[in-house]
Design a protein around this ligand. Structure first.
Ligand SMILES: Cc1cc2nc3c(=O)[nH]c(=O)nc-3n(C[C@H](O)[C@H](O)[C@H](O)COP(=O)(O)OP(=O)(O)OC[C@H]3O[C@@H](n4cnc5c(N)ncnc54)[C@H](O)[C@@H]3O)c2cc1C
Length: 457
């Protein structure tokens, strides 16, 4: 009987899973395999929030497989060595996996292909597992990738997507292939107190609820910080417990401008992936450099520490940074503002902020995180690279009566209305009683310094 392996990586689901469908389609036995590879951890993955979410995902995947007569096989070690070992144990001829874009994933795929072919086995890499449109599927006439989102989105929208695939009904796993014990969320320490739950079951539940009662107001409410009216599906898209193809198809099927605005955000995700696939160095180096000489030294280090702790003295910035620590997630508007504040108002290196985000974000993702940081730092794909977000103006627009700040900054919980955005204006002794810090820098001074640095003053 033919045996195939499905190597799961960032695609921890059974529904709409082309590699799994192809393996099951052969009619033989299937080894659903996940490898905990220390090299992935060394590359920066092993942070508590993502490890805890991953534990949920693996347990849910195993439960889904067991309902179908199968089980998940977990191995620990170098991915290539472990896949070859399992392939030999199970006498598997075919190995199926999803394509991925990071430099790490590309090297892994090349090594795996070589090792498997040397053993007389074949590796099949499936696209549109982690993206709706594969990187490189649409390109401009003169380049291997789009460097600007709007023309990319136009072409992306014209693509017809493949059909959404059902989860297989039954899976037979060869009995002789053993598994290491699955991790448990409770074994991970240092997890954010309000971290969300992982797993395909939870992802599908959230997505269905979102289509029923969230997506219809997306266009008007997605920037409302206190309203918290976005889908919060980013961790599920990151771990692949939801399929981007299915998300786009089902969102489109609900119809209307709000659903389209939502689908546009999924296109941003694909956009960053096609940039990273073409320019893997953009994970660590400026995509478009301005030869910035970011500040360093003692003052810069102290300001970076205040930013990380949510003690910059700017309540909206601090609220977002504290949400990140508490939930392992931050609202997009908060991400934009805190990134602008670090890179432009404080004029500190975007890599410093990107690393802190990756240390905490449950959806922390090389393509989305590094390229959004670069976008905001003006070293990426933004066509207005010197835009600076003002925390007071952002507060007025996106948290007009201060509810978001009061939720996350307890020192200011008793300050009513919009006054919460400028605590330095409170009368004494009320201001001192809050214990909230003074601004680390004046906005005018920060702006002037940034303009000088970019040669614009
Ligand atoms: C500095 C910075 C760092 C970021 N780091 C990450 C990251 O590590 N991982 C991550 O998934 N997103 C990141 N984003 C993008 C965005 O902030 C999050 O995807 C979004 O806030 C997740 O919340 P949601 O699922 O409720 O989004 P929704 O508004 O409901 O959007 C739906 C989906 O579209 C995708 N999406 C939305 N906005 C963007 C965007 N700007 N770029 C790419 N994809 C987007 C996400 O997959 C999201 O789940 C970052 C943004 C900035 C400005």
């Amino acid at each position: 009987m033919q045996t195939s392996i499905v190597l799961f990586t960032c695609d921890l689901r059974l529904s709409d899973h082309p590699p799994l469908r192809a393996a099951v389609h052969g009619g033989g036995q299937v080894v659903p395999l996940f490898v905990r590879d220390p090299a992935v951890d060394r590359a920066g993955f092993a942070v508590p929030n993502r490890l805890a979410f991953l534990a949920d995902c693996l347990r849910d995947l195993d439960a889904g497989l067991r309902e179908r007569g199968g089980r998940l096989v977990l191995r620990e070690g170098d991915t290539v060595t472990e896949v070859c070992r399992v392939a030999a144990e199970a006498d598997a001829d075919e190995i199926h996996m999803a394509g991925d874009t990071s430099a790490f994933a590309c090297v892994r795929e090349r090594r795996l292909r070589r090792a498997l072919e040397a053993d007389g086995r074949r590796l099949y890499v499936h696209d549109t597992v982690g993206t709706a449109v594969a990187p490189g599927a649409v390109t401009p006439a003169s380049s291997d990738h789009f460097a600007v989102f709007t023309p990319y989105f136009r072409r992306w929208s014209e693509q017809s997507l493949r059909s959404v695939l059902d989860a297989p009904r039954a899976i037979t796993v060869p009995a002789e292939v053993r598994s290491a014990p699955l991790p448990e969320r409770g074994e991970v320490s240092g997890v954010s107190p309000q971290l969300c739950a992982g797993g395909e079951t939870e992802g599908r539940r959230r997505f269905t609820a979102w289509l029923r009662s969230g997506v219809h107001t997306y266009a008007s409410r997605h920037d409302d910080l206190a309203g918290d009216a976005t889908s919060r599906l980013s961790p599920h898209l990151h771990f692949g417990t939801l399929s981007p193809v299915e998300v786009v198809c089902r969102a489109r099927a609900t119809g209307g401008a709000d659903a389209e605005a939502y689908v546009r955000q999924i296109a941003w995700r694909d956009f960053h992936r096609q940039v990273l696939a073409a320019r893997p160095d953009a994970a660590a180096h400026d995509y478009r450099t301005h030869r910035d000489r970011w500040r360093d030294g003692k003052d810069a280090a102290a300001e970076a520490a205040a930013w990380r702790q949510g003690r910059t003295g700017y309540p909206l910035v601090d609220a977002a940074m504290r949400q990140l620590r508490q939930e392992g997630w931050m609202h997009n508007r908060g991400r934009l503002l805190t990134a602008s504040f670090l890179t432009k108002t404080l004029y500190l290196d975007w890599r410093l902020g990107a690393r802190h985000f990756l240390d905490l974000l449950v959806d922390g993702d090389v393509a989305n995180n590094q390229l959004n940081w670069q976008w905001m730092a003006g070293t990426g794909t933004d066509t207005r690279p010197n835009r600076v977000l003002n925390p007071l103006a952002q507060g007025k627009r996106h948290d007009p009566d201060g509810a978001y700040v009061r939720r996350w900054v307890p020192e200011l919980a008793n300050v009513e209305g919009a006054a919460v955005h400028a605590p330095w204006k409170l009368p004494e002794p009320e201001r001192s009683r809050t214990g909230y810090p003074e601004p680390v820098v004046s906005l005018a001074e920060g702006l002037e310094r940034f303009k000088r640095a970019r040669g614009r003053s």
